[in-house]
Design a protein around this ligand. Structure first.
Ligand SMILES: Cc1ncc(COP(=O)(O)O)c(C=O)c1O
Length: 368
């Protein structure tokens, strides 16, 4: 199979599996237990926290492990209680749905508009009088188009105004360098399964001076901010995946970027094909495109029958007549948006697969 959907999830790296296995077998202790088996589990969590911290340039003490990116986003938004919440028009459902379904907790929810480039409109900064009492959630990289927002620039321009900034860095992590310090945000969400780690694990990173509001209570795990017995094997796996991403980021970026350049060169030979957010700086592994007159869902299924796994990019568009809210926010014509296909490359892909995919795509488009 040709797997081109690494923004959905990645295969677990064998080295990550090896690191996790002892914690699924003999080292099953509860990290809160005081005897040796428990202390070993605690120590494994501490090491994983250091590994994640090293990848994102943040103190380990500011990392809270969660059940994934979705919970990290929910936990971040729980700290927006009583504030005016601003979310960009292209946020992941893990932000949008958490905001909308708990709208009563905030002093209003507002959308930050996005330009056709896929980037949040700069004018929003001037247009709205943002200050203390405002909480912004602006993703670092978009899961569909791969567009990278200038989060550090936004933090810089809002400096001194008392605005709280959260960034969902789930898609950026492991694909581009992500430094919590350099971004300057108060809160950042991460997920393990996008960086060749196990599913069901992630983290919320918080600024030292920022007081995170818990969503659930029980034991005093994770500084009392995220109660519940820790998923030790998954946390160990996330830590190992983070360590590998840090050590290999240059070669990984180079590999996927080289493949994407080759892919885009070939895609551009297809008449009228449009690459979304092409003008924006994008993740090196992601290309989302549309072809006028094509049904994206049907194309996706035809590719699946040829053992090629791609995505339309938008979970909520799958199997429905709805178009991607991300593309809609960018002002993409509805018919073109319905033709969207997203390719997200990963470390296991090679040039052969790119060439094979484009051949199959061209054959399908020619109706053969
Ligand atoms: C941008 C973004 N945020 C959050 C999530 C949710 O992360 P998880 O699957 O770990 O809950 C995803 C997953 O697709 C994502 O792409």
């Amino acid at each position: 199979m040709i797997y081109f959907d690494h923004n959905a999830t990645t295969p677990v790296d064998e080295r990550v599996v090896d690191a996790m296995l002892p914690y699924l077998h003999d080292l099953y202790g509860n990290p809160s237990s005081l005897y040796r088996l428990g202390r070993m589990a605690r120590s494994a969590i501490d090491s994983a926290r250091e590994q994640v911290a090293a990848l994102i340039d943040a103190p380990a003490s500011q990392i809270l492990f969660t059940s994934g990116g979705t919970e990290a986003n929910a936990l971040a938004l729980a700290s927006a209680q009583g504030k005016r919440l601003w979310i960009s028009a292209i946020e992941h459902p893990a932000v949008v749905e958490n905001a909308l379904r708990q709208s009563g907790r905030y002093a209003g929810i507002n959308s930050l508009p996005v330009e056709p480039s896929g980037l949040v409109a700069e004018q929003a900064l001037r247009q709205f009088d943002l200050g203390a009492g405002d909480f912004i959630s602006l993703m670092l990289a978009n899961n569909e188009t791969g567009a990278i927002q200038d989060v550090a620039g936004w933090v810089d321009r809002l400096k001194g105004r008392g605005v709280i900034m959260h960034t969902d860095a789930v898609q950026a992590l492991g694909k581009i360098p992500v430094s919590f310090k350099q971004l300057g945000v108060q809160l950042m969400s991460l997920s393990s399964h996008k960086i060749y780690g196990p599913k069901g694990c992630g983290a919320l990173v918080h600024d030292a001076g920022f007081s995170v509001q818990p969503m659930q209570w029980g034991g005093d795990q994770e500084q009392g901010l995220r109660a519940g017995t820790e998923n030790v094997p998954a946390i160990v796996g996330f830590g190992k995946a983070a360590e590998l991403a840090r050590l290999e980021i240059e070669q990984r970026t180079h590999h996927i970027q080289r493949l994407r350049i080759r892919l885009e060169q070939q895609l551009k030979t297809i008449t009228d094909l449009v690459i979304f957010a092409e003008q924006a700086q994008r993740l090196p592994n992601t290309v989302q495109f549309g072809i006028p007159g094509v049904n994206g869902q049907m194309l996706l299924m035809q590719l699946d029958r040829r053992n090629i796994a791609v995505s339309s990019g938008s979970a909520c568009a799958a199997g429905s007549e709805q178009i991607s809210p991300v593309l809609a926010a960018m002002g993409v014509d509805a018919a073109l948006a319905k033709s969207a296909i997203r390719i997200s490359l990963g470390q296991g892909n090679n040039q052969n697969e790119i060439d094979q995919f484009v051949d199959v795509l061209k054959t399908l488009l020619a109706g053969n």
